[in-house]
Design a protein around this ligand. Structure first.
Ligand SMILES: [Zn+2]
Length: 235
């Protein structure tokens, strides 16, 4: 029988998962910064997680999830993205608010709650930001989107398929421009020397800075047949 992990320890697992993807080993200091706790609190939590075999801890290297820990992390990602979809589609919460709200809730919901919102939503495969939702088995839909900045070519048409969910200001801005998921855009001009990318969408021209073009993900129109459903019907 597996011991049930507290929500606090689940938050640690999620944080370690985010950090180790970039650096292979997560550092105590980084975990403390992310969670807004002391180094001593991290050490204590890591020792507990290590005893329960959710993490490996190596002196001078840091912390890494075990396969058992990674399963919990993926479960938290599934919770997060299902909750985002639930908040957006059922509770009609604005696009830019759902990420923070889901962060707060993801460690708390039970398997039964998860199962029920998944069924209520019709087993969605993508969240409202266009990111795949891991299935109950942890498998994720393969994706082919790339940052607009990397693939933009003058005259090429793209479908907007995913946006980064971390920055509410970015999401509000895109919504103001009516650049929501499923929007078709055509690259009109690419300015040299780190200049902006001009696109046309819904009959309007938009000047997109490089920073913005790096955080919106697109597929060329030709291969967009597997696009997740448009979610432009926000209210
Ligand atoms: Zn999110």
């Amino acid at each position: 029988m597996e011991v049930k992990l507290s929500h606090t320890l689940r938050d640690y697992v999620t944080t370690i998962h985010k950090l180790e993807r970039r650096n292979v080993w997560a550092q105590t200091r980084q975990i403390a910064e992310r969670l807004g706790v002391t180094d001593a609190a991290v050490t204590q939590a890591v020792n507990r997680l290590s005893e329960m075999q959710y993490v490996r801890h190596r002196k001078y290297k840091g912390v890494q999830l075990t396969p058992k820990g990674r399963r919990i992390a993926i479960e938290m990602i599934r919770h997060h993205r299902l909750l985002e979809t639930f908040l957006f589609e059922i509770l009609k919460m604005p696009w830019d608010m759902i990420h923070d709200e889901a962060e707060k809730l993801q460690a708390y919901i039970s398997p039964e709650f998860e199962r029920r919102i998944d069924a209520l939503l019709g087993h969605p495969r993508f969240d409202p930001h266009g990111t795949p939702i891991p299935g109950p088995d942890g498998e994720m839909e393969p994706v082919s989107y790339q940052p607009l900045l990397e693939v933009a070519e003058v005259g090429q048409r793209f479908i907007l398929q995913r946006v980064s969910d971390r920055d509410p200001k970015l999401l509000r801005y895109l919504e103001d421009l009516k650049l929501t998921l499923g929007t078709e855009l055509e690259v009109v001009e690419i300015h040299p020397f780190d200049g902006p990318i001009i696109v046309s969408a819904n009959g309007q021209r938009h000047v997109l800075g490089r920073q913005l073009a790096r955080r919106i993900f697109v597929v060329p129109v030709t291969s967009a047949s597997q696009a997740p459903a448009s979610r432009s019907d926000q209210s």
